[in-house]
Ligand binder design. Sequence first.
Ligand SMILES: *[C@@H]1O[C@H](CO)[C@@H](O)[C@H](O)[C@H]1NC(C)=O
Ligand SMILES: *[C@@H]1O[C@H](CO)[C@@H](O)[C@H](O)[C@H]1NC(C)=O
Length: 249
Amino acid sequence: MGVLQTGVFIFPIHFIPPGAESFKSYGICNTSHFEEMNGAPVPDMHVFGYLLHTHLAGRGVRGVLYRNGEQGDEFLVECRYQTLDRTEITFGGLSTLNEMCLAFIFYYPRNNISSCMGYPNIQQVANELGQEASDAIEGMTAIDLVEWNNETIKKAEKACKEADQTVVIKTIDELVRNETGFIREIADNIQVPCKDISRTRIASQAKRNFEHQAFPPMTSKAHKIKGIFPLPTLLFIPLGFTWLFTSSM
Ligand SMILES: *[C@@H]1O[C@H](CO)[C@@H](O)[C@H](O)[C@H]1NC(C)=O
Ligand SMILES: *[C@@H]1O[C@H](CO)[C@@H](O)[C@H](O)[C@H]1NC(C)=O
């Protein structure tokens, strides 16, 4: 089996404004070049599990599979954050006080692709927020100068969603290739009840209030990532992780 890391590229281009009741981040993975990067044909990826990951400001994560595109599957990770208790901007990074937006996808048979993560064009985002920026570095600096209020927070969320994405794809041999992509609309969720986890030892973690999200229906047409959700093999998943899974079997 293999694990594919998807979501938002871990870098300070990922930012979350302070004082946000709700702020969503998006990272797209475009699989159209998996084959040429893999060094051998890529068999269909049968997904049997996934692990969602944020840090302290995370409130919800969902994954969305797009199968209509001409070039192969795309997998979007959306993370929702709350920063009402913060007065400074939160950047993407490794520390617990920085943020991440990740979905680790467990699948078989394994291939050589280890991660596939997207991030928005920060220069475009800065410009949308009325800041001068002629490249990514200036864009990142400019984001820190924005005066945050409900209006600019909403504007930033929209700008990050609508900006072009760079998709960084890595193999286990650290071969890197950058793709481009964009965030498509997300169809309405099928609502499913949360799994009853009250009797498990990880109930306290659930207080962090992660959401269980269903995934929009997928159109067929065989493609690279096959049957990503729903995931039938919960039996093989260690108990400690079951709270992360939807119960839409
Ligand atoms: C990984 O890449 C090598 C070439 O670098 C290739 O020979 C091998 O078959 C690939 N492995 C898989 C599982 O695709
Ligand atoms: C891909 O993007 C990353 C992040 O911006 C950058 O560090 C890297 O140099 C780029 N790699 C290539 C091959 O363009």
